[in-house]
Design a protein around this ligand. Sequence first.
Ligand SMILES: [Ca+2]
Ligand SMILES: [Ca+2]
Ligand SMILES: [Ca+2]
Length: 282
Amino acid sequence: MKKSYVILVTFLMAGYWIALTAQTLPRAGELIITEIMANPEAVSDSNGEWVEIFNSSDHAVLINGLIIKDEGSNKHTITSSADLIIQPGGYWVLVKNKDTTANGGVQGNYQYSNFTLANTADQVILCLSDETIIDAVAYETGWPLNAGASMELHPDFVQATANDLPGNWFPARIAYGAGDKGSPGQPNPAVMGGSQVITTATVDIFPNPNSGHFILDVKFPRATSGEIRFANTIGQNFSYVSFKNMLQLHEVIEAGFISPGIWFVQVVAAGQILTTRLVIEK
Ligand SMILES: [Ca+2]
Ligand SMILES: [Ca+2]
Ligand SMILES: [Ca+2]
């Protein structure tokens, strides 16, 4: 009798523990705002706006009671009779309208009300009922706000403070549903900022032509990861150096290892290649 009582209590406590751990509200920085569709074009704003959030923690979080609001009068408390749980590494799309035939084809996880996204400047604030901010993004002029394209946070910067910076966001380039661009509910593609990152990088080689001793300077508009490669017209190529989250590279190169001739210095980053011609004289 006593033994079965102990087993029963153990079962009850285990059930209570599981219920508790499954119903953990997010802490600051555990949910990250990763994508914002403020200005849909294929459908109206009142149907097609949405916000993507990501659970960056290693545990499931419960979002019932979480508030989505701006610094003005927009405010919505996430409410459901069911437990709304975002799994670790999971994305949720909070939508203005959950009807995929009206919202441009977005699979929304939750439909909010009393919250709109202005097309030029606004805030997305996720907080608990006690005002603890989980994550917030305030966008304005200078952010990549394009009609018909969401703003996607670069996957290298999925972090609650990194997403405060406009340089870490890019206009989406891949269409979904009715034709607007974005990746609702999916990881943001790493190549999305490629053309911006790479075409606005500057590459200087001096002197050029040279006799094998030269300086290579590369400046990126924002922290960039990638590699420097050398290639020539007869198909020889090799990786010279790889780099991570760099704004600037300054390489003093003694190119005794490169045969004289025409070479191409390739800056490979964000899925694209920026090529600069290099001439090594005999
Ligand atoms: Ca809007
Ligand atoms: Ca933030
Ligand atoms: Ca996405």
